[in-house]
Design a protein around this ligand. Structure first.
Ligand SMILES: NC(=O)c1ccc[n+]([C@@H]2O[C@H](COP(=O)([O-])OP(=O)(O)OC[C@H]3O[C@@H](n4cnc5c(N)ncnc54)[C@H](O)[C@@H]3O)[C@@H](O)[C@H]2O)c1
Length: 363
C-alpha cells in the first residue's frame, strides 16, 4: 500500500488512525509485545505475530503500526469480514521463545476478548500458535492437528500466482506466464511454492536468496530453475516479471532505476520503499501489482479457520485474487492513478460502505 507521509508526533500522533495499541509485558518470561488494532470497521482485527529482534522499541512500534494498517486494507480488498491488526514480540525468537512466553502472550491476546485474532508471521510458526491457543480462543494459523489451517504460505503463493496471471493478461493479453522469465527474490516458504506454480505454467524461473541452502533445496526439486548471486543481479537481469518475496522495502529508487522487468508482482509486504515510488514505477512503464492485493491468500487461508477450515473453500477464494487484481488495474486506468492508489481507494470504499452498516441498530 502507499505509505503515510506525515511525521509521527507523540504516541497518539504515531498511531495515525489506529483504534487501539496495547503494550504487553511479562518480566519473568521476557515478553515485550505490542498489539496494534488499526480498524474493526469490517469485523475483528486479524493479523500475525512477528517475533523479531528490533533494535529499538520505536522500530517495533513503527513496524506494528504500519503492518496493522496494511492488514485492514488487505482484509477489506480480499472481501473478508475482518478488520486489521498485527502484533510484534520484541526479541530474538531463537533464544527468547519459550512455552511460558507464548502462553503469557496468549493471555494478553485473550484479554482483548476477540477484538484481535492472531496468526503466524516472521519468526512464529503454527506450533507456536498451538501454544498461544492454550491460553486464548482468538488464534488462527494453528497446526492441522489442532484444527488449524497450517502453513499459510501455500495459499499466499497461489494468490500471488493468480495476481501475476492478471498482470500478464493486462500486459501481454493472456493470463499466463508461459514463455516469460520471472525472477523471484527470496525462496523461503512463499517463494518456493510460487516457483513451482510458475514452472508448471511454463515460465522460465530465476531465483536468488541470501540463504544458499534455500536455493539448493529448491533446485533439487525443480532443476529447471536458475539461480543468480544476489538481488542486485536479479533486478538487472533480463526479466519480464520481478517477484519480491523476501523482506519489505524491495522497491527502492535504486531498484526501480535498474529494473528491466515490465511487471512487479510478489509476496513481500510493504514493498514500496517510500511514498511516491508507485508513481516512479508507473512513469517507467512498470505495472506494479499492489503487494497486499496479491499476497492476501495467506490471510484468506487462516481466516477460513474461523468457520472451520476448508482448504477447497479457501483455495477458491484465493483464486479470486485474479479478479481483484484486474479490478484494481481497471480502476487505476479509469481514475488515472497508479494501481497502488487505486487499491487503497477500493479498500477504503469497502471499509466505509460496509463498515457503515454496523451503525444500523439491530435491537
Ligand atoms: N508466509 C505467508 O503466508 C505470507 C503472507 C503474506 C505476506 N508474506 C510476506 O512474504 C515474504 C516472504 O514470506 P515467507 O513466509 O516466505 O518468509 P521466509 O522467511 O520463509 O522466506 C523469506 C526468504 O527470503 C530470504 N531473504 C531474506 N533477505 C533476503 C535478501 N536480502 N535477498 C534475497 N533473499 C533474502 C530468506 O533467506 C528466506 O529464504 C515476507 O515479506 C512476508 O511478510 C508472507
Amino acid at each position: 500500500m502507499t505509505t503515510q507521509s506525515s511525521q509521527p508526533v507523540g504516541v497518539f500522533g504515531a498511531m495515525s488512525g489506529h483504534e487501539q495499541v496495547v503494550y504487553c509485558h511479562d518480566e519473568p518470561t521476557g515478553l515485550r509485545a505490542i498489539i496494534a488494532i488499526y480498524s474493526t470497521a469490517l469485523g475483528p482485527a486479524l493479523g500475525g505475530t512477528r517475533f523479531y529482534p528490533y533494535a529499538t522499541e520505536q522500530d517495533a512500534l513503527e513496524d506494528v503500526l504500519a503492518l496493522s494498517r496494511g492488514m485492514a486494507y488487505k482484509a477489506a480488498l480480499a472481501g473478508l469480514d475482518l478488520g486489521g491488526g498485527k502484533a510484534v514480540i520484541i526479541g530474538d525468537p531463537a533464544t527468547l521463545k519459550s512455552e511460558a512466553l507464548l502462553r503469557a502472550y496468549g493471555r494478553f491476546v485473550q484479554s482483548l476478548h476477540g477484538r484481535y485474532y492472531t496468526a503466524c508471521d516472521v519468526g512464529t510458526y503454527s506450533e507456536d500458535m498451538d501454544q498461544v491457543a492454550r491460553e486464548s480462543s482468538y488464534v488462527t494459523g494453528r497446526t492441522v492437528a489442532h484444527g488449524g489451517a497450517g502453513d499459510s504460505s501455500v495459499l499466499t503463493a497461489y494468490g500471488v500466482f493468480q495476481g501475476m496471471r492478471a498482470c500478464a493478461d493486462a500486459t501481454w493479453g493472456a493470463p499466463s506466464l508461459a514463455g516469460r522469465t520471472v525472477g523471484i527474490a527470496g525462496v523461503g516458504k512463499v517463494g518456493r511454492h510460487l516457483a513451482r506454480h510458475l514452472v508448471e505454467d511454463g515460465a522460465d524461473v530465476v531465483v536468488t536468496d541470501v540463504d544458499a541452502a534455500a536455493v539448493d533445496a529448491l533446485r533439487a526439486s525443480l532443476p529447471a530453475v536458475r539461480a543468480v548471486a544476489d538481488t542486485a543481479a536479479l533486478v538487472a537481469a533480463d526479466l519480464d516479471v520481478y517477484a519480491p518475496c523476501a523482506l519489505g522495502g524491495a522497491l527502492s529508487d535504486e531498484v526501480v532505476a535498474t529494473l528491466r522487468a515490465q511487471v512487479v508482482c510478489g509476496a513481500a509486504n510493504n514493498q514500496l520503499a517510500h511514498d511516491g515510488i508507485e508513481k516512479v514505477l508507473e512513469d517507467r512503464g512498470v505495472l506494479y501489482a499492489p503487494d497486499y492485493v496479491v499476497n492476501a491468500g495467506g490471510l484468506i487461508q487462516v481466516a477460513d479457520e474461523l468457520a472451520g477450515f476448508s482448504f477447497e473453500r479457501a483455495r477458491q477464494r484465493a483464486e479470486g485474487i485474479f479478479a481483484t487484481t484486474a479490478r484494481v488495474f481497471a480502476l487505476a486506468r479509469e481514475e488515472g492513478v497508479p494501481p497502488a492508489v487505486a487499491a487503497d481507494r477500493l479498500a477504503e470504499r469497502r471499509m466505509t460502505e460496509v463498515g457503515r452498516l454496523r451503525g444500523v441498530w439491530l435491537g
